[in-house]
Design a binder for this molecule. Structure first.
Ligand SMILES: Nc1ncnc2c1ncn2[C@@H]1O[C@H](COP(=O)(O)OP(=O)(O)O)[C@@H](O)[C@H]1O
Ligand SMILES: [Mg+2]
Length: 258
């Protein structure tokens, strides 16, 4: 069920600014792919093109292609709203609707989609919260506001919200960067569980995290300021960290720049 993503010759522009150039990458189903690289090299930009989220930025556009299995996500007949259901996203800062109840936060997308059946909504809320390893912590307070949860719980609430609409792919942009180490571990454990059902792409600035959670790593870099970011090297995570092909990769992962 989970799907592959194929990125081919992808370039991303913010108006005149060429942010990322010539990225080609195959993302296997039911695996975790980590995007690493210095700040500004285009990790978030590439991630957002995988569900057309960059299109919410006025003037942003792409060339090249992104396919979900055989479906060209940029085909003129493809609805970007549908793409964002199939390819869900979790952001750096947990962004639940703070005054909305925990339960309603989880099923907000379904309600927007027109589901009204209370039994069905409750069933999906429970399954999604269980899927996000949050059920036991919130089952007695489902009617309390989402904003009352801890940061780590809010991030798992956002993951529950993403999986409630039955996506195939989950994109996560530095999902742990605002979390303490214990909450970070909870999210990493969750990612390890979710990959049996979903294709996952995670941006992380933390190389240890990439090494812990991912099967494949893609290293992006900026050749010079003002130049577009590029995909430098990709490979199985264990190999990329232990024995990279390129000196540029080795310099980055060993903490030497330039
Ligand atoms: N909404 C935007 N409008 C204009 N430029 C942007 C926007 N978002 C990102 N950029 C630029 O695109 C480049 C890549 O940014 P980003 O993808 O956020 O990098 P990363 O996630 O690797 O830190 C940077 O030069 C950044 O300033
Ligand atoms: Mg980023």
């Amino acid at each position: 069920m989970a799907k592959s993503l194929t990125i081919q010759d992808l370039n991303v522009f913010y108006g005149e600014f060429h942010a990322v150039q010539n990225v080609s990458l195959k993302i296997r189903p039911k695996s975790v792919t980590a995007f690493i690289g210095p700040s500004g090299c285009g990790k978030s930009t590439v991630l957002r093109t995988l569900n057309r989220m960059h299109e919410v930025t006025p003037g942003a556009y792409t060339t090249g292609s992104v396919k979900l299995d055989d479906l060209d996500l940029y085909d003129k007949n493809v609805d970007p709203v549908g793409v964002r259901t199939t390819v869900g996203m979790v952001f750096q800062r947990a962004n639940p609707f703070p005054t909305m109840s925990i339960r309603d936060n989880v099923v907000a997308g379904l309600k927007l989609g027109g589901v009204r059946d209370k039994a069905k909504l409750d069933e999906v809320a429970e399954a999604s919260l269980r899927g996000a390893n949050l059920w036991n912590e919130v089952k007695d307070r489902l009617d309390k506001p989402g904003g009352g949860l801890s940061g780590g719980q809010q991030q798992r609430l956002c993951i529950a919200r993403a999986i409630a609409v039955s996506p195939q792919v989950l994109l996560m942009d530095e999902p742990c960067s605002a979390l303490d180490p214990i909450s970070t571990l909870a999210i990493e454990d969750l990612i390890a569980e979710l990959k049996s059902e979903y294709t996952i792409v995670i941006v992380t600035h933390n190389m240890q995290q990439a090494a812990r959670v991912s099967d494949q790593t893609a290293f992006f870099n900026l050749k010079a300021t003002g130049k577009p970011g590029e995909l430098i090297e990709t490979g199985p995570t264990a190999k990329l960290f232990a024995n990279p092909e390129l000196k540029e990769t080795e310099d980055y992962i060993s903490g030497r720049f330039g």
